[in-house]
Design a binder for this molecule. Structure first.
Ligand SMILES: [Zn+2]
Length: 122
């Protein structure tokens, strides 16, 4: 399952930042091109968190739309479906500008009830 390895990456980042503290919420941003099924990612996340300091933590997923720049005509396109195609000229030679990210944005820790900002890309 594709989502399981992504969930694993999220859990690793969150665990490192939590440093032994209890986590009640993890906010992440996932690019559209990752083709993640949010419910499957949440399921895998809950599975991996079982028995760790992340147990019971809520995973909040924000989807990032895919954007690309055409190498032929230079226009920017918001891509919602495959194949990735330029809206300007219909070309397929599109450079990906956004949509491939997998970021853990923030952790909400139980004791402090504060949100710790994280910017950690993969
Ligand atoms: Zn174009």
């Amino acid at each position: 399952m594709h989502e399981l390895s992504l969930a694993q990456a999220i859990v690793e980042i969150a665990t490192r930042h939590a440093a032994g503290r209890s986590v009640c919420r993890v906010e992440c941003r996932v690019g559209h091109l990752r083709q993640v099924v949010p419910s499957a990612l949440q399921f895998a996340f809950a599975l991996l968190c079982d028995g760790t300091e992340l147990e019971g933590a809520e995973l909040v997923i924000e989807e990032v739309p895919a954007r690309g720049r055409c190498r032929t005509c230079g226009s920017e396109t918001l891509m919602t479906a495959f194949p990735l195609q330029c809206e300007g000229c219909g070309g397929l030679d599109v450079e990906i500008a956004a949509g491939q990210e997998l970021l853990v944005d923030a952790l909400e820790l139980e004791e402090q009830m504060t949100t710790e900002g994280i910017c950690h890309g993969r």
